[in-house]
Design a binder for this molecule. Structure first.
Ligand code: B4P
Length: 190
């Protein structure tokens, strides 16, 4: 089973690139951001809990996200593999993912980290905010908070996967197609 963690700060291109990778490698896509937004749209209890955190640019609590991933994985466990997009975002989430995969005799194959500097992230997200309707993309102080949360809580996962020799840093600046082919090259080298 090919299990890829697609990693990077907000606006690095995770969701954008996942669309290419699921087709090229026939993988199941699990995006915690998309799952949470769909819970919010359906006004579920989980969605109501998550909304305030997301609107402020804060991470949703680990137990909420981990529970959601567990049920999504269980209902697709016959897949050839998975792209985890926007998950894990904390060390506790990474440990929970390792546990979940090991219960199914598999593991994370690689962490693909899209590297993009802050100025470009701000530009991309504010630009998306003009049309996406996402409130967390429309205010630069909320975007700053998301980037600060990434630096503080999420970036340490590079050491977590680096220690297991699973970290692949990918230049995330350039055309969407060029970045897709860099990612493809890295995956084919696994
Ligand atoms: P996500 O939905 O994961 O939000 P994101 O990081 O902004 O998305 P992404 O990175 O996929 O967007 P992309 O770059 O593709 O999370 C939203 C919120 O949900 C979080 O803030 C948090 O509150 C919560 N959450 C989600 N997962 C969680 C977890 N595991 N634990 C706790 N909380 C969690 O796209 C950005 C823009 O850049 C697009 O407009 C795109 O067109 C553009 N773009 C992409 N590539 C480009 C390129 N090469 N050049 C120019 N523009 C490009």
């Amino acid at each position: 089973m090919l299990n890829l963690v697609l990693f990077g700060p907000p606006g690095a291109g995770k969701g954008t690139q996942a669309e290419f990778l699921i087709k090229d490698f026939d993988l199941n896509h699990i995006s915690t951001g998309d799952l949470l937004r769909s819970e919010i749209a359906s006004e579920t209890e989980l969605g109501l809990k998550a909304k305030a955190f997301m609107d402020n640019g804060d991470l949703v609590p680990d137990e909420v996200v981990i529970g959601m991933i567990g049920s999504k994985f269980e209902s697709n466990k016959e897949a050839k593999g998975f792209i985890f997009d926007g998950f894990p975002r904390t060390v506790a989430q990474a440990e929970a993912l390792d546990q979940l995969l090991s219960e199914h005799n598999t593991s994370v194959s690689a962490m693909l980290s899209l590297e993009v500097e802050k100025e470009e992230l701000m530009k991309r997200l504010l630009n998306r905010g003009l049309t996406s309707g996402r409130s967390d993309d429309q205010d630069s102080s909320i975007i700053e908070n998301r980037i600060n949360n990434y630096n503080e809580k999420t970036a340490p996962l590079k050491d977590f996967y680096g220690a297991q020799s699973k970290l692949y840093a990918i230049e995330g600046l350039g055309s969407i197609e060029d970045i897709a082919s860099r990612l493809k090259g890295a995956i084919e080298s696994l």
